[in-house]
Design a protein around this ligand. Structure first.
Ligand code: MEV
Length: 301
């Protein structure tokens, strides 16, 4: 028997980094997927994962799943990724996709919460520090409010947000960026805590704005969040240019999305201004991604 599942990637809307220290964030599942096919094998484990540079998450998922459920069989796993190397949550989608496929293959029903707890154990084993919001996006789908302390997930929208995302062409390792902010926090604990607390207030406001579909307010909150990310020095000149271009072309607001140091920016934009904003972001060298948000979570195909 062969099982294939799809797990969506993510975009952080508000609250990156602060969520690692117990504060909440808002994130959305997007219409780019990692597909995982799992099948039992007779002689050895086979992992065929084009486009996934680091197999540690998949290997760890296999090991921990086997240990937890006493599985002895060999497994053949194939993946296909639409997530590229854009910082769209490919590691989280890999963990969630693999666990979902394995649970179906071996007939071990897992609730969303059980899937999250297992996935989080794997993420922490490999990465040491992770909030788990990206796993929650891949599992639950939609646009979620995620509590960094309790890991509680609240789905606040299933409608696609009026948003564009664009890749800056630059890459920094998430673990390095997380380490950098952690060091900053050790050097200036009060300053950084204050920033995180302020970001958390923006997240609370953002939740209300999304529930009320108030995009102008949400855009302002994105702008304010970006100011704090600039203070943390995790934005780049290129991201700043793209964000500035989006704002000047009439978006409601824009910010970087994720760990920073590169990857993507997002901008909230009305339908009327969308093509204008896309052109402006492209003009400064951004690679605009074609996507919709708040999509369904991990699904067996
Ligand atoms: C990365 O997309 C977001 C961070 O907050 C890391 C995490 O929450 O695990 C920097």
């Amino acid at each position: 028997m062969s099982i294939t599942v799809s797990a969506p990637g993510k975009l952080m809307i508000l609250g990156e980094h602060a969520v690692l220290y117990g504060y909440p964030c808002i994130a959305t599942a997007l219409s780019k997927y990692l597909f995982v096919e799992a099948i039992t094998d007779i002689s050895k484990d086979v992992l065929f994962t084009p486009g996934i540079s680091n197999q540690s998450f998949l290997r760890s998922a296999l090991t921990i799943f086997r240990q937890n459920y006493g599985i002895k069989k060999y497994i053949n796993i194939k993946t296909r990724s639409e997530l590229g190397n854009y910082g769209l949550g490919s590691s989280a989608a890999t963990i969630v996709g693999a666990l979902k496929a394995l649970s179906r293959l071996f007939n071990i029903p897992l609730s969303d919460k059980e899937l999250f707890d297992l996935a989080y154990e794997i993420a922490i084993t490999v990465q040491k520090k992770a909030s788990g919001f990206d796993l929650a996006c891949a599992i639950y789908g939609g646009t979620i409010y995620f509590d960094g302390r309790t890991k509680k997930v609240e789905k606040i929208s299933t409608l696609s947000l009026p948003m564009i995302a664009a890749f800056s062409g630059q890459k920094r390792n998430t673990v390095d960026m997380v380490g950098y902010v952690e060091q900053l926090k050790q050097e200036k604990p009060h300053f950084i805590e204050e920033i995180f607390r302020s970001i958390a207030l923006l997240v609370e406001e953002g939740k209300k704005a999304i529930l009320n579909c108030n995009w102008k307010t949400l855009g302002n909150l994105l702008n304010k969040n970006q100011e704090f990310l600039v203070k943390l020095k995790i934005s780049t000149q290129k991201l700043d240019q793209m964000i500035d271009a989006a704002r000047k072309a009439g978006s409601f607001g824009a910010k970087l999305s994720g760990a920073g140091g590169g990857d993507c920016m997002i901008a909230l934009v009305s339908l009327e201004k969308k093509s204008q904003v896309i052109q402006a972001v492209k003009k400064v060298g951004g690679e605009v991604l074609d996507l919709i948000t708040s999509v369904e979570g991990v699904s067996v195909l």
